[in-house]
Structures are given as C-alpha cells and as structure tokens.
Design a protein around this ligand. Structure first.
Ligand SMILES: [Zn+2]
Ligand SMILES: [Zn+2]
Length: 349
C-alpha cells in the first residue's frame, strides 16, 4: 500500500447521549502494518450494543477519537514481515479481543478475557467501521467455509460471546435441562440456534418485550416465548440475559435451586435500576442461585465457536446497512427494532 493513502472511517470523538452525529465520518491514514500485523480490507462489520455503551459513556475507550466496530470480516491486503499464519488474499475476521498480555496469570490459564491489559477492538484500538483495519495475526481468524462473509460478521461478537455465555451456564445437553433467554437480538438468537443444534434435548424459553421478537423466537424453534412478567411452564436451570436493563433480574424467581443467571452485557443502563428493589431474597436468590457476568472473549472461544458454526451450519439472520448508514443503524439499535443481527457493508463501496 502506498504511504500516505487515506481511507474513510466513522469515529466516536466524544461521549454523550446518542444522536444522529454521535459518529463522525472522517478521512484517516490507512494503518501501517509492522512485524506480525496484517492489514485487512474491511468488507463487513457487525453492529453491537457496545458501540452505544461507548458513545454514551458506560464504557470508556482508551483512545478518542476511536473507530468503533468489533465484528470485522474482510480480506488480507498486506502482511508484516513476521506474519506466518495468513497471506494476501485470505478471508479473515476479528472480534472483541484485539490483544492481551500473554504473560499474566489469567492469560496463562486461558482466561485472556480477564487480562488487565486486555485491549478491545473498536474501543482500545481502531476497529472495523472503516475501509481498512489492522491487527496482530494471532488475534485474527480464518472465516469458516459454508458461510457468506456477511453472515460470518456477527459470529465474531454476538455469536462468540453467546457461546461463552452458554458455556458458563454449565448446561450439558441432558434431558430435562431448561434454558431461559432474556432479550432476543443478535446474540440470543444465535444462542437459540446453537442450543437447538448442539443440545436438542434442552428446552428453551424466551423472554422479550417486543412481540415481533417473540414470534421470531418461536419461528426458530423456541419452546415458549413470553413477556418478562409472564411465567414459563417450568423452572429454569439457567438464564442468559442480554438486555441493557435491570428488570430481567426479576426473572431470578424462575430459576430452579442452584440455577445460574448469566448476564451477557458489558454494562447495564441506569434507567430502571429501581426495579432491583423488588428482588425478594427468599424467592429470587436463596437456594444457592448464582449470578455471573460474562466478560469479553478469548481466542479459544472464537476458535471453538467458529468451528462449531461451520460444523452445525449455524447461520445468523443478518440485516445489511450501507457503510454510510452507520448512524441510522445505531439509532435503530437503540430503539430496539432488532430482528437478527445488523451488519455494515462496505462492498460495492
Ligand atoms: Zn459486541
Ligand atoms: Zn494477560
């Protein structure tokens, strides 16, 4: 790539309530690759609720302005001198894990997601809302065959974090196991597909406030779908909550003794925090119920999940937005008008 070449990119440059100009379209130099880095021409980038958390200040990027986006799929167009795993022309993807120290006790134990020096793509390093993106080769992954590049994009966050959340439920796929899914957007619709393919004996119960999302869940094979006040026909061994609000904690009453409630959210919003006052210790928490958050992802999560997606022919339902529609896509995400996963497309640019 000739030196000084410029690219188009969306950046977040300040924190504040989401508005049509929360993202700014700018020209930035195409990143220069060194050592073991690869330069990726971005074809697709998934859109995630975390972008809203960054804009609205619930998580703070290490750098501002920052190019958001951490579900990146594209083609390798340049490689650093030490790159071994990829060559020019390879189709690759990258997710939320941009790098970790590889030395600390967490990294040594395969818990890179908890590393103090964990750097997140599109937050602590520039991400994929741009024409080009660079990353160390060890944190990039080949795209599984059998998927279009567009379908692959949401696997890199919504899918991989959903997979990690499912692992944390400790479900084994046995007869009689039950799983609740709270919220039904990009991540939980993939968890449902994963459970149907991997654990066909597990019954799934979906909680969503939007009737369209409940219909969507039933059409994908959920055993039941209801609003948050409704009671599913049986107790739940685990629940995965992907919503940005607090009300779903009241679903704890539906957990069986020793059940696990997994919160798959980077942050919760403040708007309905008073709902927590309605928690009843005896009904909702006693009998060794557990609440556990899921944080970030490891390279192993991505490797395992991508190979599962290939084996199980797991296809996310995607809605495409043109690169220039990024601000609109974020506003629609905020309004909760979601069915499947939103993806920015830079093809035919
Ligand atoms: Zn994400
Ligand atoms: Zn570390």
């Amino acid at each position: 790539m000739e030196k000084g070449k410029m690219m188009k990119a969306w950046v977040i440059d300040k924190v504040g309530p989401l508005s049509p100009d929360s993202l700014k379209l700018v020209e930035l130099p195409v990143p220069e690759v060194k050592e073991d880095e690869i330069l990726v021409k971005v074809y697709f980038c998934g859109i995630c609720h975390t972008e809203l958390d960054e804009i609205e200040g619930r998580v703070t990027p290490d750098i501002l302005p920052v190019v958001p986006g951490h579900q990146i799929v594209g083609e390798v167009v340049e490689v650093g001198p030490k790159v071994k795993k990829f060559k020019i022309g390879d189709k690759v993807g990258a997710g939320w894990i941009y790098s970790s120290c590889q030395r600390c006790e967490y990294c040594q134990r395969g818990l890179e997601n908890l590393c103090q020096e964990f750097k997140a793509t599109g937050k602590d390093a520039n991400g994929g809302y741009a024409e080009y993106f660079k990353i160390k080769e060890t944190f990039a992954f080949a795209i599984p065959e059998g998927l279009t590049l567009m379908e692959a994009a949401p696997l890199f966050c919504a899918g991989a974090i959903g997979y990690r959340a499912l692992k944390l439920t400790q479900l084994k796929g046995e007869e009689g196991e039950t799983l609740g899914l709270s919220g039904f957007g990009a991540s939980n619709h993939l968890v449902l597909k994963l459970v149907k393919a991997l654990f066909p004996k597990v019954k799934t119960y979906v909680f969503a406030r939007n009737p369209k999302q409940r219909e969507h869940a039933l059409s994908l094979g959920a055993d039941w779908a209801g609003d948050f006040e409704e009671t599913p026909p049986e107790g739940l061994k685990a629940i995965i909550d992907t919503t940005p609000v607090w009300r779903p904690l009241l679903l704890l009453k539906n957990l069986k003794p020793n059940g696990r409630f997994i919160i798959n959210a980077v942050r919760k919003e403040e708007q309905d925090k008073e709902k927590l006052l309605f928690l009843d210790y005896g009904r909702d928490l006693w009998l060794e119920k557990e609440i556990k958050s899921v944080a970030n992802i490891t390279r192993q999560d991505l490797e395992e999940f991508l190979s599962l997606a290939k084996r199980l022919k797991l296809k996310p339902e995607v809605i495409g937005y043109h690169f220039y529609e990024a601000p609109k896509a974020l506003l629609e995400l905020k309004e909760g008008r979601i069915k499947g996963a939103k993806v920015l497309t830079m093809v035919n640019f």
